[in-house]
Design a protein around this ligand. Structure first.
Ligand code: AMP
Length: 486
């Protein structure tokens, strides 16, 4: 299989222009969902599937369906519940659907970037829902003929056009032929007019699971979405695997050799829902074990163990169990605050923490408290929480973090901030303790976290904690850094 012969680079012809944007924020986890089932309300099931993947992205959502002739989409900015209503769901009629929840960049939070990305190609429309990040996207963009106007600033659309321009009898052939062009992370669900094609990069950075709902098949980011729609878990889509779901059922149409497997360790730390299962490991139990290990690694006397809800809850239960110190609630979370309302600018983000958590002053007063959280990224959240608890009269505030220090940015689908904004990249633990105003601070060791995951150490991506990337990333494209591809 060869790439079609369109011109690639020339010194004389104009090139696409890339504009640099400000480097900000935490974002882009993304949840993806797809269902194939004749006689089934695929749009409604996708809506519920996306609802249960809302934690992976709150800034935009979309569903695309096929009726066998053409694709139709509804997309919008905001939460799944605000993008869709009865009328919109009813307008999406078909037998297969794919959907996406997006956690986008600051400037990138535009309707044009809400997925599924659809390539309108007359009778062969092609839609893509992507979780991940293609690090060579800008090089690939230069390979797309200039007469093709990109409708978004996303690496996903670039991927779509590269696939489209490969030769092949059908879309799955094209995907297989172009597979090795794409460097980075991609768990992808695509839709043509008559089938779903799902595929996962050879490292398996981001999750992708397959399930069955009566005679329908579902493919999505996490098993919690299978549970929500009542589907039975079948298996994970293997790294490097391409599957087709069509009228004949599910079949593997290609396997690209996976030399290194590197599932994202941060999925266990923070990204995934506690009720999801990856590699036979229930995320809640991994987090609970990590809390237990942390209690053994960094014990301290206190009156109570509390969690930063909800991300630290499972780990705090584990810390309490292993330390024998009672678990209690001290921070009441306002669960109606979507991330949509928390703008990434630092001053507003700080206010966001106060809106999100309210301490139980009467319980905090005079107590020695251990606060367990999943991670410290910039240090903003935990600094505010320590201050709040001290203001309420806490005698001691000890911070226990159930992951190692986040020192390096992710290039594989979590756009953690630029290295200089990661507090642990330029401060030692002692300095961070001082900065956040805690009486003590301890992080879980990398060894401890990996042990808690029960997955072989060399099958996990730990680059945000080590700076050791499983592939070269120098000069790599990150969605947060480049805003516009013209
Ligand atoms: P920070 O204030 O920057 O230190 O934020 C740390 C908190 O953000 C942690 O307690 C996590 O619960 C949460 N967090 C960690 N990673 C991410 C991410 N990629 N996107 C959004 N929130 C995150």
């Amino acid at each position: 299989m060869r790439k079609k012969n369109f011109s690639v680079k020339s010194t004389t012809r104009p090139e696409r222009v890339f504009l640099k944007t400000s480097e900000t924020g935490l974002r882009d986890k993304c949840g993806i969902f797809g269902i194939y089932g004749k006689g089934v309300d695929v749009a409604r099931i996708s809506f519920f599937g996306l609802y249960s993947l809302q934690h992976r992205g709150q800034e935009g959502a979309g569903i695309t369906v096929t009726n066998g002739k053409n694709l139709k989409s509804v997309k919008g900015l905001g939460l799944v519940s605000s993008v869709f209503n009865e009328e919109k769901i009813n307008s999406l009629k078909g037998f297969a659907a794919i959907g996406h929840t997006r956690y986008s960049t600051t400037g990138g939070n535009k309707l044009c970037n809400v997925q599924p990305v659809v390539l309108n190609l007359k009778d062969e429309d092609f839609a893509l829902a992507h979780n991940g990040n293609i690090i060579n996207a800008m090089d690939l963009a230069r390979e797309i003929p200039l007469n093709i106007k990109l409708s978004s600033t996303s690496d996903t659309e670039i991927m779509g056009w590269i696939i489209k321009n490969y030769e092949g009898r059908n879309w799955e052939d094209k995907i297989l032929a172009s597979f090795n062009k794409f460097q980075g992370a991609f768990s992808m669900i695509s839709l043509t007019k008559n089938k779903i094609i799902a595929f996962r990069d050879t490292f398996g950075f981001r999750p992708l699971v397959l399930g069955q709902l009566n005679d329908s098949y579902v493919v999505c980011s996490e098993t919690c979405a299978l549970d929500t729609v009542g589907a039975k878990f079948i298996r994970e889509v293997a790294p490097g695997e391409i599957i087709v779901i069509d009228e004949k059922g599910v079949h593997t149409v290609g396997k690209v050799q996976s030399i290194k497997k590197r599932f994202c360790l941060f999925e266990f730390v923070y990204l995934a829902r506690p009720d999801s299962i990856f590699d036979k490991q229930l995320v809640h139990q991994v987090r609970q074990r990590s809390g237990e290990i942390l209690a053994h690694e960094s014990p301290i006397g206190a009156d109570m163990v509390v969690a930063v809800p909800d991300s630290g809850t499972s780990a705090a239960i584990g810390y309490s169990k292993a330390s024998g110190i009672p678990y209690g609630e001290v921070l009441i979370k306002n669960r109606y605050i979507g991330r949509t309302f928390i703008q990434p600018e630092q001053n507003i983000r700080e206010m966001g923490v106060r809106i999100k958590f309210n301490p139980l002053k009467e319980i905090v007063k005079g107590k020695r408290i251990i606060i367990v959280d999943d991670s410290i990224v910039r240090g903003t959240t935990i600094k505010k929480i320590v201050k709040m608890l001290k203001n309420c009269g806490a005698k001691k505030v000890h911070i226990r973090v159930c992951s190692p220090p986040v020192t390096d940015p992710c290039y594989f689908g979590i756009d953690t901030p630029d290295k200089k904004q990661l507090i642990a990249s330029h401060m030692k633990s002692k300095e961070i303790r001082k900065f956040i105003g805690a009486d003590s601070l301890a992080y879980l060791s990398l060894k401890g976290l990996k042990k808690a995951s029960r997955i072989k150490s060399n099958k996990l991506c730990d680059s945000c904690f080590t700076g050791k990337y499983p592939m070269p990333v120098k000069g790599g494209f990150r969605k947060d850094v480049f805003e516009t591809i013209v």
